[in-house]
Write a protein that binds this ligand. Structure first.
Ligand SMILES: Cc1cc2nc3c(=O)[nH]c(=O)nc-3n(C[C@H](O)[C@H](O)[C@H](O)COP(=O)(O)OP(=O)(O)OC[C@H]3O[C@@H](n4cnc5c(N)ncnc54)[C@H](O)[C@@H]3O)c2cc1C
Length: 380
């Protein structure tokens, strides 16, 4: 890595860490308990550049790459997984979809607002009956002159209620035709578009997850991202990048849990000595540290390939699969190191344990990552 790139990385790491300590850490449990999505915090994060890390400077972003983006997600996610998840969904799903596939006017209109945190973005692919099997979606956009009339619902959408703008993928062609889906950019306040049920979740509780409902919502053809029929293929490309951010988030949660466990194991005394002196405990720490190191290397490699512009489908899926699975294992062991105290809300590890699980589900489950990886391997 060049000296300038290393300096950028160091600067953004310190800036994200300081921000998370000052503005997120003091509120983590309060937001978690009340399921409060802190919109004001997002406006503040925008001012620090965390919501436009990969957006070019000419559109109001910071103009950096995936290495820096991974670093931001790691520093924020280490303090609060929910905020890390929302930053990831905003940056690599909604914003990146407009950046990668939007027309110049669309980029000029939306990217500065999204990169500055003035607006928060959502991205809707999942529907109540079609999650892993997204190609079978039922949300339909029917052509009517220069307009498309959108009907249906998207669920489990990060910022589905509060997002100011959403990228929505809907059917414009035949069922099961991978070229039968189109991506639209839809602003909140458009007649026929509303937020529905907000989910009450196990973890990631400060990240809003809600339904988006479309009832005869008329969208002008200028709201299409890219070409008619390209929406599904675009989504797969967006998920290649998005999965790197979920891998980074998984590493972040694992690091948070591990660091807490290391500290506690040196403070907690049983049988006249710190519990870290018991081999059963320090071997757990050794396993946790090794898994985190491996997951981070895989995640960084995926980011490196993405920055080089190489296809990263397999490595992104591998990073997401491995990092999310070890994140759950590490958080589980952290609770074990804390014993009974780990099971209470007075200590941070129960939250890491709850938050980590989402990483094996969002942006494609672990099983789907194996489908993606094995398909790529067998194609060769
Ligand atoms: C907190 C949260 C935030 C989210 N944010 C967004 C968002 O912003 N935008 C968005 O579009 N979506 C979002 N999602 C949706 C998420 O991507 C889906 O939940 C996920 O893709 C799984 O879909 P599903 O829940 O319908 O599960 P299903 O697809 O019903 O899967 C159920 C089980 O069956 C398994 N399974 C399914 N198909 C196969 C197969 N072919 N082979 C083997 N096993 C299989 C799955 O792995 C899983 O274990 C979010 C979800 C959550 C919980």
């Amino acid at each position: 890595m060049k000296v300038e790139a290393l300096e950028n990385l160091k600067m953004i790491k310190e800036s994200a860490r300081d921000f998370a300590e000052a503005h997120i850490r003091p509120h983590v449990m309060e937001w978690d308990e009340s399921q409060h999505f802190p919109m004001d915090l997002f406006h503040k994060m925008g001012k620090h550049g965390f919501l436009g890390v990969i957006v070019p400077v000419k559109y109001g972003g910071v103009g950096l790459g995936y290495q820096e983006y991974i670093t931001v997600i790691e520093e924020i996610g280490k303090v609060c997984g929910s905020i890390g998840l929302s930053v990831a969904a905003h940056n690599s799903l909604c914003t990146n979809h407009i950046l990668m596939f939007g027309k110049e006017e669309q980029k000029q209109k939306y990217l500065p607002k999204l990169a500055s945190g003035q607006w928060i973005g959502a991205w809707g692919l999942t529907e109540p009956n079609t999650g892993s099997d997204a190609g079978r979606m039922r949300c339909v956009a029917e052509k009517d002159g220069d307009y498309y009339v959108l009907n249906g619902a998207k669920n489990f959408i990060t910022h589905g209620k509060s997002g100011h703008v959403a990228v929505v993928i809907a059917r414009t062609g035949e069922l099961l035709d991978s070229h039968g889906m189109t991506a639209f950019v839809v602003e909140r306040g458009t007649p026929g578009f509303s937020g529905g049920k907000k989910e009450n979740k196990l973890g990631m509780r400060a990240s809003e997850t809600a339904e988006m409902i479309f009832d005869n919502c008329r969208l002008h053809k200028s709201q299409i991202l890219g070409e008619v029929g390209d929406g599904f293929i675009q989504s797969l490309k967006i998920l290649d990048g998005g999965r790197i951010s979920i891998a980074a988030l998984s590493v972040a949660i694992a690091k948070g849990a591990y660091e807490a466990a290391v500290q506690y194991s040196q403070e907690r005394q049983q049988f006249g000595k710190p519990i870290s002196k018991f081999q059963a405990i320090c071997f757990k720490l050794a396993d946790m540290a090794t898994k985190i190191e491996a997951a981070e290397l895989l995640t960084r490699k995926a980011g490196f390939l993405k920055d080089k512009g190489e296809t990263s489908t397999t490595i992104s899926a591998m990073a997401k699969l491995y990092a999310s699975e070890i994140s759950c294992q590490v958080a589980n062991e952290a609770v074990q190191v804390y014993g009974g105290y780990g099971y209470t809300k007075d200590f941070p590890v129960e939250k890491y344990y709850r938050d980590a699980k989402l990483c094996t589900i969002g942006e494609g489950t672990s099983e789907i990552q194996k489908v993606v990886i094995s398909r790529q391997l067998l194609k060769k």
